[in-house]
Design a protein around this ligand. Structure first.
Ligand code: 5GP
Length: 302
């Protein structure tokens, strides 16, 4: 009988060090994709060019899950549609699988592009996006650092959260007060959001600011964004994206302002909202608030 030969200790150590280095390299690739520094299709091309690169050892599912806004459920569905098994690595794809994946990635990337420096500018920019993506934080940053931009104050029937000030964060109205403004045509748009409260953009301050040559930012939901497009076809619709689905869930849970039932309802709405991003003129990934704010303002003629 032949004796089992164990690899010498040094080989085993070198092997595990190489495995750690490879894992780190793959984590770095995922970070680059999720931050928008690198596109997923570039990673796929790198894997095809050189099978010895960390890209080639990455699982297809890992790559897809790193794409901003794609969560585990959608990733699993996409893998099924592409007919690629969950354990498949980028370096091990068959020709047809490669082609299907490549086409999918190129198609998905198009609406995620960041605004080009020469993108058309507009005095009226609508910032929309799924719940908890950080629209409010980006808008607050713009209010503080770009005082030339008018940030519209919406009216709502929702009660104030701790720290929210009437007339600054929202105009907090009763149902009857909101009804009266609707009837008087005082809203540029309004919508019931998350099947709960009503929110609306008062028309007069917006029209006055635009007439005075000021840029205006509306931070509203997607139904509202669609209404603004009808009323002002020249408005720029900007979609704010989370770096990843997991990050969106983390931000919503970390905020701690909603109970379990409300969080579930908002995450359901977020799934539908993410699907609407193709209707928008530009997409901005909210990785760092100040970068996202700068990109949004760059779309305005301040
Ligand atoms: P929150 O209750 O967390 O402040 O806001 C809930 C949602 O209402 C957010 O998605 C926010 O963008 C949206 N929202 C805030 N103001 C308006 C508005 O004037 N019109 C519309 N349509 N949505 C708004």
């Amino acid at each position: 009988m032949q004796a089992v030969v164990n690899p010498p200790e040094v080989d085993r150590l070198a092997g595990s060090r190489a495995a750690v280095a490879a894992r780190r390299a793959r984590a770095e690739v995922k970070r680059q994709v999720s931050s928008g520094e690198r596109s997923a299709s570039e990673v796929l091309s790198a894997a095809a060019r050189d099978g010895a690169q960390p890209e080639a050892t990455m699982r297809v599912s890992e790559l897809i899950a790193s794409i901003p806004w794609l969560g585990p459920t959608r990733t699993a569905k996409i893998m099924q549609e592409l007919r690629i098994s969950p354990s498949k690595r980028l370096g091990g794809l068959g020709v047809h699988q490669y082609q299907r994946l490549h086409e999918f990635l190129v198609r998905r990337q198009a609406p995620r592009r960041l605004p080009e420096p020469d993108a058309p500018r507009s005095r009226l920019v609508v910032l929309a996006g799924p719940t908890a993506v950080g629209k409010g934080t980006v808008a607050a940053h713009i209010r503080e650092h770009y005082p030339d931009v008018l940030l519209s104050v919406s009216a709502t029937t929702r009660p104030p959260r701790p720290g929210e000030v009437d007339g600054v964060h929202y105009y907090f109205l009763s149902d009857e007060q909101f009804d009266r403004m609707v009837e008087a045509g005082q809203f540029l748009e309004w919508a019931q959001v998350h099947n709960a409260y009503r929110y609306g953009t008062p028309r007069q301050p917006i029209e006055a600011a635009l007439a005075g040559g000021r840029s205006v930012l509306l931070e509203i939901d997607i139904q509202g964004a669609r209404q603004v497009r009808q009323a002002f076809p020249e408005a720029r619709l900007v979609f704010l994206l989370p770096p990843t689905w997991e990050e969106l869930v983390r931000r919503l849970e970390g905020r701690g302002t909603e109970d379990e039932e409300e969080r579930t309802r908002r995450l359901d709405t977020a799934q539908t909202e993410l699907a609407a991003q193709e209707e928008f003129d530009a997409a901005v990934v909210n990785t760092r608030v100040e970068d996202a704010a700068r990109e949004v303002v760059s779309l305005m003629s301040v």
